[in-house]
Ligand binder design. Structure first.
Ligand SMILES: [Ca+2]
Ligand SMILES: [Ca+2]
Ligand SMILES: [Ca+2]
Length: 234
């Protein structure tokens, strides 16, 4: 027999658990798109907000989840999955659709607009990517009923969709492309010297000696590893 809600409310541990769940749901809905740089532009449908109230898009390492809001077209869902972590959409049935992200940041797959149908993130003559370094979306998606949707413009009317906490990078792979090479050494040096800030995940990946900071020692260790003087990271 189901317990009454009042039973849970009298039990402080259960109540704390319920509250934690509610907080987790609220955070998941907010997503990880920047609170200012959250706008895409549809040629025929106007602004699309990737961090709307009561919604929000989350960029995970290999897929996207959540909802964007089109001012003229309503909710646009970036994927049918809601579990976070690692996931790849098949995009072969209406129950398993969404946007995938490859290790270089290129997107593919379909979003679904309640009022506008499928939106292809890897159309002919277009395509969308998320820069692994900056989290910036670039390029064009294609809505079957609404035409082009643009994610960045630096002209008179500047806009961009930018993810804030992008990628769970592995140690040493600073740009999150799946290999550890000289590009990562360069990024490590740029972060160590303060030329780049890096995202929290990148700073974590760059701290190869795991002492909590990013400095020349990390750059030295990483470069020794890349040129073969070390067989493993510490
Ligand atoms: Ca790399
Ligand atoms: Ca360090
Ligand atoms: Ca150090």
């Amino acid at each position: 027999m189901a317990r009454k809600l009042s039973t849970y409310l009298r039990h402080p541990v259960l109540l704390a658990g319920i509250l934690l769940c509610l907080v987790a749901v609220a955070q998941a809905q907010t997503g990880n798109i920047d609170s200012v740089n959250k706008w895409a532009w549809g040629t025929n449908i106007g602004w699309i907000n990737f961090r709307p109230s009561h919604g929000g898009v989350t960029v995970y390492e290999d897929h996207l989840e959540g909802y964007a809001w089109g001012e003229n077209v309503g909710w646009i869902r970036l994927g049918s999955y809601t579990g976070g972590g690692s996931y790849t959409y098949a995009n072969t049935t209406k129950d398993d659709y969404g946007i995938n992200r490859d290790p270089s940041g290129n997107l593919s797959g379909y979003a679904w607009g309640t009022n506008i149908g499928w939106i292809n993130f890897l159309p002919a003559h277009g395509g969308v990517a998320i820069d692994p370094i900056t989290g910036s979306f670039t390029g064009y998606a294609w809505g079957e009923n609404v035409g082009w949707i643009s994610f960045k413009n630096s002209g008179a009317i500047a806009y961009n969709v930018v993810a804030t906490t992008v990628i769970a990078v592995t140690r040493g792979d600073v740009n999150g492309d799946g290999t550890i090479d000289l590009l990562d050494v360069r990024l490590c040096l740029q972060i160590a010297t303060g030329y780049l800030d890096g995202t929290p995940a990148q700073r974590q990946a760059t701290d190869v000696d795991s002492d909590g900071d990013v400095d020349e020692t990390d750059a030295q260790i990483l470069s020794e590893y890349v040129i073969g003087m070390r067989s493993a990271l510490p």
